[in-house]
Design a binder for this molecule. Structure first.
Ligand SMILES: NC(=O)C1=CN([C@@H]2O[C@H](COP(=O)(O)OP(=O)(O)OC[C@H]3O[C@@H](n4cnc5c(N)ncnc54)[C@H](OP(=O)(O)O)[C@@H]3O)[C@@H](O)[C@H]2O)C=CC1
Ligand SMILES: CC(=O)N[C@@H](CCC(=O)OP(=O)(O)O)C(=O)O
Length: 344
């Protein structure tokens, strides 16, 4: 069988190059098109010198993919930009996996309220699957537009899903997350300027980060008791990785001694979720599609504590997108995603 022809749109950014890194060794695909508007005409390896001798093909403009007969397209574009592409290409035959937040929420109205932006392709919401395979595998296989989850939501949702699904926790949940700076994208900005990040640590987006609603929306789809999430992200002085520490309170009558078994049962067939017996570290998952999860119960405070670790660029973005592609084409979900963590 010939290899599937894949397009990466917006490949000068971090998730675009991470997609290329993963797809390069995927046995069933070839990277047929890599686009950039700002660097078109240059070689991919000129923009990302670490691809020298590996991917030297020319970056083309989005307009040039029109007649390329692609089998699937990844959008590694900012939110607000992806929706234009999806609108324009909705009738094209290939599935689109959008790494941005443009189609992740339940309705365009919720999107507009949290993103403070008008949505230009409201019809897209009905046809989009939320691309977290551990929760929505069936839906992902059937849809042509996949809204790949945000990085923080991936860590929070996978951490909380077993408890939310079984309705074991009280409605108020605290998600305290820390991310490396690649989460903020490749463009230079004050928040990620070296002196502001190096030797430093701060919270941001307090009470208002758009991932709050993404986490709530998703957990409320799988459980029958609505949850409200207090989500606070923090910026770590590291390149990649997210650790989320999640506090939830058991409902009265819940057998708290079962927490380990609940997580075991929920994730027993999942190749990328590893349950740990100690709090996971960023380097335990670095460069891989794993989500490591530690869960425990604290008798003194009557809280469940769940700690999850992912690589924001892999399970939080490009790796999860490739996992979704594998599902769409009916391949083994782990194809191309068997990297070993880079530790140290
Ligand atoms: N970084 C992360 O950890 C994660 C990111 N995401 C999401 O994935 C998407 C891509 O993220 P990431 O790779 O980090 O983003 P980057 O900012 O690193 O790259 C985005 C790329 O999009 C292209 N682009 C096209 N139009 C525009 C525009 N109007 N403004 C800016 N860039 C534009 C640029 O390439 P060019 O100009 O060359 O065409 C740019 O390199 C985003 O929606 C992000 O929110 C999701 C999960 C995790
Ligand atoms: C460290 C950092 O800045 N992270 C980004 C989230 C990255 C991500 O997943 O964003 P999308 O939902 O837009 O895809 C932020 O807080 O905005």
């Amino acid at each position: 069988m010939s290899k599937k022809k894949i397009g990466i749109i917006g490949a000068t950014g971090y998730t675009g190059s991470e997609l290329a890194r993963i797809l390069l060794h995927h046995p069933e695909v070839e990277i047929a098109a890599i686009t950039s508007e700002s660097r078109k005409g240059e070689r991919f390896s000129e923009v990302h010198p670490f691809f020298r001798g590996l991917i030297d093909q020319e970056l083309i403009s989005i307009n040039e993919i029109e007649n390329m007969d692609l089998d699937l397209v990844f959008l590694a574009l900012p939110h607000g930009v992806s929706m234009d592409f999806v609108k324009e290409h909705a009738a094209d035959p290939y599935p689109i996996i959008d790494l941005s937040g443009d189609f992740r929420l339940d309705t365009p109205e919720i999107y507009e309220a949290w993103y403070n932006k008008e949505h230009v392709y409201k019809e897209g919401f009905e046809n989009a699957a939320y691309g977290i395979p551990e929760l929505f595998r069936k839906d992902i296989r059937r849809k042509k537009l996949i809204a790949n989850p945000g990085c923080y939501p991936t860590s929070a949702i996978l951490g909380l899903a077993p408890l939310a699904k079984e309705g074991l926790i009280e409605p108020n949940v605290v998600v305290d997350s820390k991310s490396g700076t690649t989460g903020a994208g490749v463009k230079a900005k004050a928040a990620t300027h070296f002196p502001n990040v190096n030797d430093n640590f701060r919270a941001y987006g307090v009470k208002s980060h758009r991932h709050t609603i993404e986490i709530e929306d998703t957990l409320n789809k799988i459980g029958d008791a609505p949850l409200t999430v207090q989500f606070t992200p923090h910026l770590l002085p590291v390149d990649r990785g997210i650790v989320s520490t999640i506090y939830s309170r058991p409902r009265p009558g819940v057998d708290v001694s079962q927490i380990g078994d609940i997580y075991e049962a929920y994730y027993k067939d999942e190749p990328f979720v590893r349950l740990t017996d100690q709090p996971p570290a960023i380097k335990d998952v670095r460069g891989t599609n794993y989500c490591d999860i530690y869960s425990t119960y604290d008798e003194r405070t009557n809280n469940f504590i769940t700690i999850s670790a992912i690589d924001n660029l892999v399970k939080g973005a490009a790796g999860q997108a490739v996992q979704n592609m594998n599902l769409i084409f009916g391949w083994d979900e782990i194809l191309g995603l068997q990297q070993v963590p880079m530790n140290p």
